[in-house]
Write a new protein. Structure first.
Length: 540
């Protein structure tokens, strides 16, 4: 008997006539030590299936019209709350997609990781701390051992995800459900985490359910793949068979959706939009009763760069390397030293009031589209807000026209402008964020991980959108990403950061194809090197 058996599982939300059928009669088995991949676009039912196993859906709003879930011969559909508390975090653990929403902002990371050890293993404080430190080493976060009293928000997104993984692995579970476990991770840490998960499945006989939109990860990790769309499993098979000989049209579309192409050449007459010279952002380390400064965290340390009209500069590096801090400093949202020239004007010493007229020309698109959109405002109000702040757009009717034009330009129906963010998919919400920035007709757009939370098919669409908008409006992009495949499709030049310092820079193709520095070589290898296929050719 398999360790986990799912038979004819269906999940619905609400009742007739408003019933939403999220999962429709799916079945699969999971053996001890086996890794299965569940792939599909947002809304396909992947996460709902995973949450059903641990009974974490919002019952009774969610309910099961049919199905069985058997774990080690026990029927989880009939398990009591007490039974499930003994299983969750102990025998079956889960890594959630959004770490900042899953970690308690009021408790230190040490307390949160050790909590599962106290509850299930009844370890004393000393043994629990030793295990916490061991887990942090396992997930490549050894430096956090000195910061066990720090809160989750004091860590980068990638570090938060590793803390979540450490919590999930704390009790050596029999089944680990990983829901997009590497979305927020840079390529080198991603490779470390995947290697760790693979070793644990082999060493502990742990079974792994891997839910992801990254097909490269599935190919590297999974023994069997289940392809889901519209709540149904449309294709199942051994991993290599799915990748080399897909049968279902949806599977073929997924496999062909990786961002492709290269950016258009920079116009010959392109003027310089942004220049930074010897930019530094140092955060003081204070200790003692009088909070005396004893040192500095050098988040950005002597960075110089240049960006022209119609150019995309890719900023890459591991979590904590200073990418987002650099972007905030360039936008004067973070205190810094050094020279910043925007559109020919020195801005480093401008006051907040003096900066305000320039804000319309420098816009930012954030990583999490849902988190950066107010749920209380309609799409029209969200996009209109910038026009109101800067006194642009004329009267109400004129602003409606401008907002409609911006939505149309990013591929959204202008008639949907009175809807709210939750009524749109992830890719559509990201397009709303782009429209919010675009409506002000900026000269510079900072794109901070704008595709990391999106499905592969939607990623490809957003990359095409950015390229089209750049050509049409001669936009300059500062593009921050850990996904080097997307960077290659968008960037003209690349700056590689490590611990706040530029270790390598140059034309994108040269840095990607022929990196000079060992650190850059390690980044590129982790991002592009896939096991050789039957012909012996390494895919890039």
């Amino acid at each position: 008997m398999a360790l986990l058996e799912i038979r004819n599982l269906s999940v619905s939300f609400g009742q007739v006539p408003n019933e939403v059928k999220a999962v429709k009669s799916i079945s699969f088995d999971l053996e001890r030590g086996q890794t299965i991949g569940i792939v599909g676009e947002s809304g396909s039912g992947k996460s709902v299936t995973a949450l059903s196993i641990l009974k974490l859906l919002p019952y009774p709003t969610a309910w099961h019209p049919s199905g069985q879930i058997r774990f080690d011969r026990a029927d989880l559909m009939r398990a009591t709350d007490e039974d499930m508390r003994r299983i969750r975090g102990n025998r079956i653990a889960m890594i959630f997609q959004e770490p900042i929403n899953s970690l308690n902002p009021l408790h230190s990371i040490g307390e949160q990781i050790s909590e599962v050890l106290h509850i299930h293993k009844h370890l004393d404080k000393r043994k629990a701390q030793a295990r916490v430190e061991e887990l942090l080493d396992l997930v490549g976060l050894g430096e956090a051992k000195e910061r066990l009293h720090a809160l989750p928000q004091e860590f980068s997104g990638g570090q938060q995800q590793r803390i979540m993984i450490a919590m999930a692995l704390a009790n050596d579970p029999e089944i680990l459900i990983a829901d997009e476990p590497t979305t927020a991770l840079d390529v080198t840490i991603q490779a470390q985490v995947l290697k760790l998960l693979k070793e644990l499945t082999q060493k502990l006989g742990m079974a792994l359910i891997l839910i992801t939109h990254d097909l490269g990860i599935v190919r590297r990790m999974a023994d069997t793949v289940h392809v889901m769309t519209n709540g149904q499993i449309v294709e199942t098979g051994p991993t290599e068979q799915i990748f080399t000989d897909p049968q279902h049209p949806y599977t073929k579309r997924l496999l062909g959706s990786e961002p492709k192409g290269r950016p258009d050449p920079i116009p010959a007459d392109a003027k310089e939009i942004l220049r930074a010279t010897d930019l530094r952002v140092w955060f003081p380390i204070k200790k003692g009763v009088v909070r005396r400064v004893v040192g500095h965290i050098k988040a950005v340390d002597g960075v110089s760069l240049s960006l022209r009209e119609g150019e995309t500069l890719g900023i890459v590096g591991e979590s904590g390397s200073g990418k987002s801090t650099l972007a905030r400093a360039l936008l004067r949202l973070e205190s810094s030293t050094g020279e910043i020239i925007f559109d020919g004007q020195p801005i480093q010493n401008l006051s907040w009031a003096q900066m305000r007229p320039l804000r319309a020309d420098m816009q930012i698109v954030f990583q999490d589209p849902f988190g950066s959109l107010s749920p209380r405002l309609s799409v029209f109000q969200i996009v209109e807000e910038g026009l109101l702040v800067h006194g642009l757009g004329g009267d109400y009717a004129a602003r409606r026209e401008l907002v409609g034009a911006a939505l149309h330009e990013v591929g959204l129906d202008p008639t949907t402008m009175d809807r709210y963010p939750h009524e749109f998919s992830g890719g559509q919400r990201q397009r709303i964020c782009v429209a919010r920035a675009l409506v002000l007709k900026p000269k510079l757009m900072v794109l901070d991980e704008p595709t990391s939370a999106l499905d592969m098919t939607v990623q490809a669409q957003i990359v095409e959108l950015f390229r089209d908008l750049q050509v049409k409006h001669r936009l300059a992009y500062l593009f921050i990403s850990h996904d080097l495949k997307v960077v290659r499709a968008l960037a003209h030049d690349i700056v590689v950061l490590r611990k706040g310092i530029v270790v390598e820079s140059g034309p994108a193709e040269a840095v990607i194809e022929n990196p000079k520095e060992p650190y850059t070589q390690a980044l590129m290898k982790a991002a592009f090197e896939i096991e050789a296929d039957e012909t012996g050719v390494v895919a890039r």
